[in-house]
Design a protein around this ligand. Structure first.
Ligand SMILES: C[S@@+](CC[C@H](N)C(=O)[O-])C[C@H]1O[C@@H](n2cnc3c(N)ncnc32)[C@H](O)[C@@H]1O
Length: 284
């Protein structure tokens, strides 16, 4: 099942606080690479649009690093994310030449952004979450000026996003014993675009030119089982699911996660990682 825009909004309303406090900093290095591949300081695009900006870590980074006059508009479908981003923006000093504004908007209907008005478009880890990625790409194409660059990234594949695959392997391992852990497979996987060839095809079919596409991973600052608990197991969907388990089932589930984390990561000094397929291109 494909999530509707309302379901996506509701999901990110629940996730906003946890994502902003614990997760976004882990994804920032990937977003910085994407922005650096767009050569912003060299090309000096004056109107930059960031879509699916989350709680704003990339826009804050850009506002401390772009050394020329420019405007960044950062949009997100979640009001909560935009509220957090606005509040965080008041806490730090930024370069006076960079103006940043935050707005609530759906990547598939950027109604406040006129046609061909944007000089650089950036969207980190959002295309795979939006209901219809083709619509999002059509909007990208509509708002971007001809000959200008864009950068996009998606999560995946799942087996390389080890904080998530750890969880799915434990679900699999225990699903006979605890049938509630059997995934009902009703929602589209967030990793469904996580193959370089698939992403390139999707972008080219939208009539956009692909420049480079690469796979990039980064470590997650989950150093202990307690970190995993507070960063991954506290996501609202999981908390809900865990509430349905009996005490015994809950204990088994937690022990299995702990064992897997120690065996596959902590004991062998391997950090958990997040992986993204990143792509830069141009509107012809
Ligand atoms: C995984 S987070 C990525 C946030 C940030 N770009 C980063 O790299 O950490 C995904 C973000 O995309 C937003 N999002 C999902 N679907 C969206 C849509 N259709 N339009 C705008 N934002 C959307 C979510 O609200 C969330 O803040």
């Amino acid at each position: 099942m494909i999530p509707t825009s309302d379901e996506i909004k509701a999901m990110w309303k629940m996730m906003a606080d946890l994502y902003a406090r614990k997760i976004e900093k882990n994804n920032l290095p990937l977003a910085i690479s994407l922005s650096s591949m767009l050569q912003l300081c060299e090309e000096k695009p004056s109107k930059i649009l960031e879509v699916g900006s989350g709680s704003g870590s990339l826009s804050r980074y850009l506002a401390q690093n772009l050394d020329y006059e420019c405007n960044i508009t950062a949009v997100d479908i979640s009001d909560e994310m935009i509220t957090i981003a606005k509040s965080l923006f008041t806490k730090y000093p930024f370069l006076p030449n960079v103006k940043v504004s935050y707005e609530v908007a759906n990547s598939e209907e950027l109604t406040n952004i006129p046609d061909e008005s944007i000089d650089a478009y950036l969207s980190a880890l959002c295309l795979h979450l939006t209901s219809d990625p083709k619509k999002m790409l059509q909007e990208l194409k509509r708002v971007l000026k001809k000959g200008k660059r864009f950068g996009l990234s998606v999560a995946g594949p799942e087996e390389n996003v080890t904080f998530a695959s750890t969880l799915s392997s434990v679900f699999k391992e225990l699903e006979e014993e605890i049938p509630k852990l059997k995934s009902p497979k009703i929602m589209r996987s967030p990793f469904y675009l996580g193959k370089k060839e698939d992403l390139i095809k999707l972008v080219e079919e939208a009539g956009l030119e692909v420049g480079y596409c690469w796979v990039q991973s980064g470590p997650l600052n989950i150093l202990t089982f307690e970190d995993y608990e507070s960063l991954v197991l506290k996501s609202p969907g999981l908390v809900k699911m865990m509430e349905t388990l009996t005490e015994e089932e809950h204990k088994k589930f937690m022990e299995a996660i702990k064992k897997r984390l120690y065996d596959k990561f902590i004991d062998i000094k391997n950090p958990l990682v997040v992986e993204a397929v990143q792509l830069i291109g141009k509107k012809p």
